[in-house]
Design a binder for this molecule. Sequence first.
Ligand code: FES
Length: 112
Amino acid sequence: MPQIIFLPNDELCPDGAVVQAEKGESLLDVALKNDIHVEHACEKVCACTTCHMIVREGFDSLEESDELEDDMLDKAWGLEPESRLGCQAIIEDEDLVVEIPKYTVNLVSENH
Ligand code: FES
């Protein structure tokens, strides 16, 4: 069972968290089921950037992002080479270390 380490995030998990995940789960789902309430404004359909996460370790074990995800990520605050959308990043066998960025850009609420 892969182990996921969420690094401390002032608002969402001040002390960080070490959790177990199942292969095939998305990073976002693992965060949510462990009470790390990452925003997911588009309900996980790859149409926002609020679930942006940075995979500090184990990035290469994840299946590559597709074009749609890359297009969305371009709009994310604090984009890094190891950025992923949490709802699109599917966990494989490897352990991961994940950072949840301090800010998100909520396109949905900003546009309305
Ligand atoms: S929840 Fe909107 S892209 Fe992941």
